[in-house]
Ligand binder design. Structure first.
Ligand code: UDP
Ligand code: MG
Length: 335
């Protein structure tokens, strides 16, 4: 097999604090892969600016001007992490044999990219980066994350445990991914549905070196909930079950109430009525909300709006810029 052209896709939202450092480290990483002959000299790093409000895009442009390995893609506004990833993947697909996605803060260990590529060379179409442990996370994040994976598994989505969005995908896998046209694309759930030969690579996740998390609790919960409702109708089925159960038990209670009225002593009944009103009311409102959530999803899908909009595409080689084509070129640049 020829050396594959690799594109590293990096979604960035307000990442000015880490961008230079990340670009530097990724450049070094991709250079050494080239030097070892593991990837083609046409390999690139693609920063996707997800509508940042800080200096992220001007910085990407500046880096791309100086560093020919770096390209940029600017979305027209903030579309969110998943859509930024998707935009990068689709932009990179045509020019690459394989694509690695990684967060801009480089919390994920970039040295295992070598293993990613080796697995790809061995014929894997998808390589998952999996965290060895969650020691660096707060107890709260660790506990909720673990609970979440369990729930998702019960609900039928086959997530890779402790895998986020650090992964390699081959062109073939990306072609398949592009056939998943849903609006609410939950990447880490969908990717496992693609199939093909896959592998896992384990690494230690670091703390964010600079800047702050772009996933505050509110966003995290929304993301988790989206993940569930875009993958499973079991919550709705659960409601039906609870409904049936309520119906059965209230029928029995009803029979007892009639019996008490005619053959025994009936209380005034205020307590039982007030309790059942509130209980049923709460249950019904929750059910309607949940069903509404699914209907909302159908509504969004039915509109078939574009999932993201690209404002500026600096992926194309600028005219007049020399492209590194041979490994000798690279060696010259490195030395
Ligand atoms: N991100 C993005 N759009 C958003 C939010 C986040 O592109 O709306 C990017 C962000 O720049 C980073 C990645 O998604 O590269 C993951 O975000 P972060 O590191 O803040 O999440 P955490 O590691 O805390 O879960
Ligand atoms: Mg992070």
């Amino acid at each position: 097999m020829d050396n594959p052209i690799l594109t590293i896709v990096v979604p960035c939202y307000n990442e000015e604090a880490v961008l230079y450092e990340s670009a530097q480290q990724l450049t070094d990483a991709i250079f050494s892969l080239m030097k070892e002959g593991l990837v083609s000299p046409k390999s690139r790093i693609l920063f996707v600016d997800d509508g940042s409000r800080d200096q992220t895009w001007p910085m990407i442009e500046e880096i791309a001007k100086k560093n020919r390995l770096v390209k940029g893609l600017k979305l027209s506004r903030n579309f969110g992490h998943q859509k930024a990833l998707l935009a990068g993947l689709e932009a990179a697909r045509d020019e690459s044999d394989c694509v690695i996605t990684i967060d801009a803060d480089l919390q994920d260990d970039i040295t295992v990219m070598r293993e990613f590529v080796q697995k790809y060379q061995d014929g894997c179409d998808i390589v998952y980066g999996v965290r060895k442990s969650r020691e660096k996370d707060t107890f709260f994040k660790r506990a909720t994350a673990q609970g979440y994976y369990r729930i998702m598994k019960r609900l039928g989505a086959d997530l890779v445990y402790n895998h986020a969005d650090y992964r390699l995908m081959s062109k073939r896998a990306l072609d398949e991914l592009s056939r998943f046209t849903e609006q609410n694309l939950f990447l880490r759930g969908v990717v496992t549905l693609i199939g093909f030969k896959t592998a896992k690579v384990y690494y230690d996740r670091k703390e964010r070196t600079a800047g702050e998390t772009k996933y505050p609790l509110k966003k995290m919960l929304a993301f988790a909930f989206d993940g569930i409702t875009s993958f499973s109708v079991i919550p709705i089925r659960l409601i039906t079950l609870i409904g049936l159960f309520t119906f059965l038990s209230s029928s029995i209670a009803g029979i007892y109430a009639l019996y008490a009225k005619f053959f025994g002593h009936a209380d005034e009944g205020w307590t039982s009525i007030i309790i059942s009103i509130w209980l049923l009311g709460g249950f019904m409102l929750t059910s309607m909300g949940l069903i509404g959530e699914y209907i909302g999803k159908i509504y969004q899908e039915a509109k078939q709006r574009p999932r993201y909009t690209v404002e500026q595409d600096a992926l194309q080689e600028p005219a007049g810029q020399q492209v590194l084509r041979t490994s000798r070129d690279i060696a010259k640049r490195i030395n």
